[in-house]
Design a protein around this ligand. Structure first.
Ligand SMILES: Cc1cc2nc3c(=O)[nH]c(=O)nc-3n(C[C@H](O)[C@H](O)[C@H](O)COP(=O)(O)O)c2cc1C
Length: 186
């Protein structure tokens, strides 16, 4: 099973990207988690450019999502919302609406912030956007507050947090299995 991991942060020492790296090192047997690092190359959405031959970075993202069984997002919170770069990338992915690669795809959202609330508003908004796009969004939440203390030097040393990450990955894998069974039964 292939899970694509998308961080909403472009920052080199991002806590959110560190969360995804930690998750990638701990995937259960049979699950491969690949970190996508093309966010900075995605151009601003322009419907005039959203034509048969999409910009290369957009085509690569669409294809990475299409080739994954599930997607795990880790988002920072910028001004109580989703970082613009991530929302912009999702606007590209969402078209064409009926056949976009996130449609019916199991997805999970986690988030880290340096404040105490752990990017809860950004996560809620991201879940809303992903639902609008047609993804199967897990209800499961993981809000990592005061991230600078819990993810020191890019390493997640907090055992409780690692266990919570494991739970999210397991739930995402279970959602993929359920979806496979539904598709097989249809
Ligand atoms: C433009 C901007 C806006 C921010 N707004 C919020 C906010 O609304 N809530 C919050 O908890 N943290 C906010 N922060 C702090 C981020 O949580 C913090 O920078 C975090 O480390 C970003 O995630 P990253 O480490 O993955 O890059 C903001 C940071 C920036 C740069």
């Amino acid at each position: 099973m292939k899970v694509l991991a998308i961080s909403g942060s472009l920052r080199r020492d991002s806590h959110n990207t560190a969360l995804l790296r930690a998750a990638a090192r701990r995937t259960p047997a049979g699950v491969e988690l690949e970190l996508w690092d093309g966010l900075k190359a995605v151009p601003p959405y322009d419907e005039d450019d959203d034509i048969e031959q999409a910009p290369a970075a957009v085509a690569a993202l669409r294809s990475a999502i299409a080739g994954a069984d599930a997607v795990l997002f880790a988002t920072p919170e910028y001004n109580h919302s989703v970082p613009g770069a991530l929302k912009n990338a999702l606007d590209w992915v969402s078209r064409p609406h009926a056949t976009n690669p996130l449609r019916n795809k199991p997805v999970a959202v986690v988030g880290a912030s340096t404040g105490i609330f752990g990017a809860v508003w950004a996560q809620a908004e991201l879940r809303k956007v992903l639902g609008a796009i047609g993804a199967r969004v897990l209800d499961r939440e993981l809000a990592v507050g005061q991230a600078a203390g819990r993810i020191a030097g890019g390493v997640v040393g907090d055992e409780e947090l690692l266990a919570q990450l494991d739970d999210v990955a397991a739930e995402l894998a279970a959602a993929v299995e359920t979806r496979r069974e539904l598709v097989a039964a249809a």
